[in-house]
Design a protein around this ligand. Sequence first.
Ligand SMILES: *[C@@H]1O[C@H](CO)[C@@H](O)[C@H](O)[C@H]1NC(C)=O
Ligand SMILES: *[C@@H]1O[C@H](CO)[C@@H](O)[C@H](O)[C@H]1NC(C)=O
Ligand SMILES: *[C@@H]1O[C@H](CO)[C@@H](O)[C@H](O)[C@H]1NC(C)=O
Ligand SMILES: *[C@@H]1O[C@H](CO)[C@@H](O)[C@H](O)[C@H]1NC(C)=O
Length: 435
Amino acid sequence: MRIKYTISIVFFVALVIIEKENNIISRVSDKLTLKQTPQTPLQPSGFSHILLKHNGSFTSHSKLDSAFTLMKRRLEDYSQHQEAVTGGRKHILLLATTRTGSSFVGEFFNQQGDNMFYLFEPLWHVEKMLTLETGGTNATAAVKAYRNVLQQLFLCDFSQLESFIDPLPVDHITAALFRRESSSSLCEESVCSPFIRGVFERYHCRTRRCGPLNLTMASESCLQKEHRAIKSVRVRQLENLRPLAEDPRLDVKFIQLVRDPRAVLASRMVAFAAKYKNWKQWAMDGEVPIDDDEVRKLKGNCDNIRMSAEIGLRQPPWLRRRYMLVRYEDIARFPMRKATEMYRFTGIPFTPQVKSWILKNTQASKETSGVYSTQKNSSEQVEKWRFTLPFKIAQVVQKVCGPTLKLFGYKFVSSEEMLTDKSISLIEDKVFNFL
Ligand SMILES: *[C@@H]1O[C@H](CO)[C@@H](O)[C@H](O)[C@H]1NC(C)=O
Ligand SMILES: *[C@@H]1O[C@H](CO)[C@@H](O)[C@H](O)[C@H]1NC(C)=O
Ligand SMILES: *[C@@H]1O[C@H](CO)[C@@H](O)[C@H](O)[C@H]1NC(C)=O
Ligand SMILES: *[C@@H]1O[C@H](CO)[C@@H](O)[C@H](O)[C@H]1NC(C)=O
């Protein structure tokens, strides 16, 4: 009796899953009016009728087996169908905060080759414009603008972004795109309009002499590429991007890059010295006013990062197979292994160009370079903060970012000696993704 009851529950659940799946498929196909291939039948097959006929009271195990086989095949059909919708095209969003090595990790995708359209921090313009207009106080407006711009850019549509570029582009031409040269896609031959001496006083690409960016050309080039990747340090909450994950035109893969908040603070105190002058003062005084706005901001940042990761790691249906968490420290120590994992997650081939770029850029380099440089001995960089951040400040970070440190596996230090003892690793081995 008990067994029969359990079996009927199992099949009821299975039926619900199949029905849901069919609904999703028909919704998707309604929107896109796809040509359906005959080998992937999208209408309910014989499965539901088996269930109904047997009224929840199965007697034969072979029937059970065949029902499961059918269910499995239909789930496979469903994932193949997803492929068909986006044509295998992947949309990678690298989410991070400043000083987490996101320029470096962004290069993993920028270097991929002719298949990839990569954009470096397009939301810079959006943040700048909104800060000018509203003092940056309208969080709702920012969330909406970031989401819309990202969604359009993944579809190679630059029009929303254009409206945020200052000065406003004329005839879709701009000389003001932030860090254009950081995107090799925007400096390719096909996106390189002639450089006219005297009209604009500087070149706009490192590798070749290009004039200002023609965004129509950029869009055309984007449409030719198989995959698209965007790096951004400006998205606060992963949940705000749910509509992108659910957009049937996109196959979005979110990669969240995190780093020990103590190291991030140490790095920001150097890179953004003026903005972090209070912290420098506190570091010298050895006293931190714990209720200061700056400390509250630090806590807010940590909480946002943690909450995004918690949602991602929980893998709700809208994020299934779409979220990967990566620690900067793991990338710095095992760049090739982590890059391989990231590429496996995205479903894009890991090209020899990327491999050789990583090899070249993770070994010691004698060249000294600016704060945004990606050319550093990355293993060495991981530990550097432990000798520059005063123990007092580390304690404050541990206090306000405690849950974040715990989630990502960063060990607390209990004394100055422990902080600066290199034989004690502060990074726990941790596996986050079950892909
Ligand atoms: C199926 O279930 C209905 C309602 O529970 C019952 O009336 C009917 O006799 C069942 N049929 C079979 C074939 O067991
Ligand atoms: C904030 O932005 C939203 C969405 O654009 C808008 O509806 C709202 O009026 C704005 N609020 C303020 C205070 O400007
Ligand atoms: C920008 O590129 C488009 C597409 O190639 C072209 O039609 C247009 O004339 C270009 N604009 C200018 C001002 O050169
Ligand atoms: C980079 O730094 C690490 C740690 O100090 C060291 O073990 C390694 O040999 C360095 N790599 C190179 C290529 O110098």
